[in-house]
Design a protein around this ligand. Structure first.
Ligand code: NDP
Length: 244
């Protein structure tokens, strides 16, 4: 995307990024912070979150929050507690980047490992519902909030052998579209879907082990789009699906 963000695009914004320790989420968190946001880093590996935290502090950006949480096992109570802490600390939420996801297996449905199926659906879909549901009151406190759902080409159109990942992203798009309709009249909350497209991360390397990573775009290349959708320059963009 051809977009140059103003340096203070996200000044004073409170943004929660899931899967902020690695891959696209890590770069998005660093980028949002560098444009002035206070970012809350949610992820399952605390050491990775700490290193993103350290990078943000070293850059002089606003101090981020750290929310270690395994979305495969997080209970509604745990998520509610996080929302309460954030309400106390910040009073609102201006952006939520649903980014964390797992790939699962790529085998026919009839051979798909049942526990893996459940886990993929939990992380990629149910946790997204829980976070959205529980953080909605905080999003409503924002004067201009952006809710972003990370999908995939195999979410828009299910692809054979991509199993729960494909189904979870298909359903995620359904959830996002439902919300788009329900929030149509909530003029200050916008919901969009973004599909980063093939990007050089460990998930992509696992999905396509024979691919040369050098042929792929880096997470950094996606940041104009991620910034645009998170900042108020996209205030009028609602209910869209954008491709990276
Ligand atoms: P990565 O696997 O590189 O990063 C995923 C992040 O999510 C990691 O930080 C990971 O934590 C975190 N995460 C995974 N499981 C959990 C969990 N149970 N609880 C909390 N955090 C968790 O993925 P990408 O950066 O490639 O993908 C980001 C998003 O973009 C995903 O939604 C993906 O589906 C989508 N996407 C990516 C494409 C690509 O080509 N890369 C293409 C299309 C869509 P940890 O590091 O600790 O494992």
């Amino acid at each position: 995307m051809d977009y140059t963000a103003p340096t203070a695009l996200l000044k004073d914004k409170i943004i929660l990024v899931t899967g902020a320790g690695d891959g696209i989420g890590r770069v998005a968190a660093l980028t949002y912070a560098s444009y002035g946001a206070t970012v809350v880093l949610l992820g399952r590996t605390t050491t990775k979150l700490e290193s993103v935290y350290d990078e943000i502090i070293a850059s002089g950006a606003p101090e981020p929050g750290i929310a270690p949480m395994d979305l495969a096992t997080a209970t509604p109570d745990e998520i509610q507690k996080l929302a309460e802490v954030m309400e106390e600390q910040y009073g609102r939420l201006d952006g939520l980047l649903h980014n964390a996801a797992i790939l699962g297996d790529r085998v026919p449905v009839e051979h798909y490992d049942i526990n893996t199926w459940m886990k993929v659906m939990q992380v990629n879909l149910h946790a997204v519902f829980l976070l959205t549901r529980i953080f909605m009151p905080l999003l409503r406190q924002s004067s201009s909030a952006s809710l972003l759902f990370s999908s995939s080409g195999v979410g828009a159109t299910p692809r054979a052998y991509w199993g729960a990942y494909s189904v979870s992203k298909y359903a995620l798009e359904g959830l996002a579209k439902l919300l788009m309709e329900e929030l149509e009249n909530a003029s200050h909350i916008r919901v969009n879907i973004l599909n980063p497209g093939g990007t050089r991360t460990s998930m992509r390397a696992t999905a396509y082990p024979n691919e040369d990573p050098a042929t792929l775009k880096a997470p950094e290349d996606l940041m104009p789009l991620y910034l645009y959708l998170m900042g108020d320059d996209s205030e009028h963009i609602k209910g869209e699906t954008l491709q990276g």
